[in-house]
Design a protein around this ligand. Structure first.
Ligand code: PEP
Ligand code: MG
Length: 593
């Protein structure tokens, strides 16, 4: 216990390592872009505004009702939603908001915000913790009604907010665009969300930024109030709220131990990732912003194996023009000073949509299987060719490769090549300086690409395996959904076989094969990847030292033998046990914290 508050512990998914002790900065999504305006149009406008408000309440009830209908009526979650439905009908809420519109001639969004603020005053004055905590239900409902009033826009707005230094952001969920907005605030030192899984984009982005993060922490955002003290361990995935003095002391001791072991790993910085029998693997870094380059190189990256170009633009209204694309790529090439970089073309779609692009894409019922990555680019050729032109122009400034995401057939690769040809032709016509011959690679992240890798490999210059999606699509689970996150099984025999096929296909065609999904940086997978013969592993910076240490301590022929034994394991549990035992036998406590 700290003060009068009970210590609470939440177990989520460790999405990005790092330990932080800080105060909660809860993201009040109700504050999202809420317009405030006095109505000037007399009785008719007041009537329309009241109708809008009623419609938004009705829509909110309908949305919650649908979720509720799918739940076990006895479950806690169902009971919480019943409370929410009751709040939506409560005359204190809807009736008072309607009265505010009528009597004060204000718009519906403002009336909702005012009514939520009023409840906050009433509940927070109460002595009883139970009632104080019920406020979060009202806040949640207010947020939903507002979003419905605003036509579904849910962009996060923290500009101008006062955020205390060292805060930990707490949210139900964050889109990559939200995260990009949030990360611009330097005061934030850690992130926790209720939703998400290890390979959801928010988790990946946080890892790339070195921002400690726990996702999938259940209902933590309902339990926490702004300013609560929290201890977050992004490696273990634990969050302790209201830690006791003993908890704090233990936390700090562990933090000191981790920092010491990180320093030891950094001593390997200048050494190559070479196995004991001389197999050399290139260790590269994944970035989504040029600002990450200095720390990536400091961690020992030999270059950039994946630049997720779409993420630069996600928190913005519009996609960039050719000039802006070009400036970014040129700046990255200059900063890398002759080291290699692989630019992945825009992987828009699914959860990654800037507001402008979202406007030109209809809402898809199943976005992860929809117009994503190369599919999106081939549909919006103008956007694609603009980016390709900028890449070819930037190529005169240093060594680079172009990588195509979400390929599912050879025809798509051919169509992308036609777009590249069009970009060259347009640049020639414009008389602009560019380099025409840039290595072009196919991402292997759909099962169809993996199992036709031999055909793809004959028509491109390199392959790069995106295991986040390859595992998602092979095991048929949604990588954003924590309910099925247990199916993220990169060592599943189906994945091992697909990887083996793709790597061999690349090598038979005489081209290099990389991996740039999270699996590349997962120490539990390093033996497998060394044994499979991947030429290059690309990962977030903080994983490079440990992966290098493991490769340097292993023989590749031994790793190949490990693969055969791995494939012979009978079921997930046995495989898991085998891998952990092998790892601890070979590497002792290197992998524990
Ligand atoms: C992948 O799918 O493994 C990958 C690297 O791409 P992203 O995570 O951006 O989808
Ligand atoms: Mg992918």
């Amino acid at each position: 216990m700290s003060g009068t508050r009970k210590t609470l512990t939440f177990q989520g998914v460790g999405a990005s390592p790092g330990m932080v002790l800080g105060r909660a900065y809860t993201l009040d999504r109700a504050r999202v872009s809420c317009p405030t305006r006095h109505l000037q149009g007399g009785a008719a406008e007041i009537r329309d505004e009241k109708d809008r408000l009623r419609a938004a309440f009705a829509q909110s009830s309908e949305q919650i009702g649908k979720v509720h209908a799918r739940l076990d009526p006895q479950s806690d979650q169902a009971q919480i939603l019943e409370t929410h439905l009751l709040i939506l009908k409560d005359p204190m809420f809807v009736g008072e908001a309607l009265r505010l519109i009528e009597q004060e001639s204000i718009n519906a969004e403002w009336a909702v915000r005012r009514q939520v603020a009023r409840f906050k005053g009433i509940f927070f004055d109460m002595e009883n913790d139970y009632f104080r905590e019920r406020f979060s239900d009202i806040e949640f409902i207010g947020e939903r009604v507002l979003r419905n009033l605003l036509g579904g826009s849910d962009a996060l707005d923290v500009e101008g907010e006062e955020i205390p230094e060292g805060s930990i952001a707490v949210a139900r969920d964050l889109s990559p665009a939200d995260l990009a907005t949030l990360l611009r605030r330097r005061e934030i030192k850690g992130i926790v969300t209720d939703r998400g899984a290890k390979t959801s984009h928010v988790a990946i982005l946080a890892r790339a930024q070195g921002m400690p993060c726990v996702v999938g922490a259940d209902h933590i955002s309902d339990e926490i109030r702004r300013g609560d003290l929290m201890a977050l361990d992004g490696q273990r995935g634990t969050v302790t709220v209201h830690p006791s003095p003993e908890d704090i002391e233990q936390f700090q001791t562990k933090l000191r131990r981790r920092l010491a072991s990180e320093q030891a790993l950094h001593a390997l910085r200048e050494l190559p990732a070479q196995s004991q029998d001389g197999v050399r693997v290139r260790l590269m870094g994944n970035i989504d912003h040029i600002a990450q380059l200095p720390s990536l190189l400091a961690q020992g990256a030999e270059g950039v194996g994946l630049f997720r170009t779409e993420l630069v633009f996600l928190d913005r209204e519009a996609l960039p023009d050719e000039e802006e694309h070009y400036e970014i790529y040129r700046a990255a090439l200059r900063a890398l000073d002759g080291r290699d970089i692989t630019f992945r073309t825009l992987d828009l779609g699914a959860d990654k949509m800037p507001h402008s692009a979202a406007a030109i894409t209809e809402r898809e019922p199943n976005p992860a299987l929809g117009l994503r990555g190369l599919r999106y680019c081939l549909r919006h050729r103008d956007i694609f060719v603009t980016q390709l032109k900028a890449l070819l122009r930037a190529a005169v400034h240093g060594p680079m490769r172009i990588l195509l995401p979400m390929i599912s057939s050879l025809d798509e690769l051919r169509e992308a090549k036609a777009c590249l040809e069009e970009a060259r032709a347009r640049l020639t016509k414009e008389g602009v300086e560019f380099r025409g011959e840039v290595p072009l690679g196919a991402m292997i992240e759909t099962p169809s690409a993996a199992w036709s890798a031999d055909q793809l490999a004959r028509e491109c210059d390199f392959l790069s395996i995106g295991t986040n999606d390859l595992v998602q699509y092979t095991l048929a689970f949604d990588r954003q959904n924590r309910e099925v996150s247990y199916l993220y099984l990169p060592l599943h025999v189906a994945i091992v076989r697909a990887l083996q096929f793709a790597v061999d296909a690349g090598h038979t065609a005489g081209i290099p094969v990389s991996m740039c999904g999270e699996m590349a940086g997962d120490p539990l997978c390093t033996l497998l990847l060394l044994g499979l013969g991947l030429d290059e592993l690309s990962m977030v910076g903080p994983q490079i030292p440990i992966v290098k240490r493991l490769i340097r301590a292993t023989r590749a022929d031994d790793a190949r033998d490990f693969i055969e034994r791995l494939k012979a394991c009978d079921g997930d549990a046995e495989r898991d046990r085998f891998v952990r035992e092998e790892m601890s036998r070979r590497f002792g406590d290197w992998l524990s914290d």
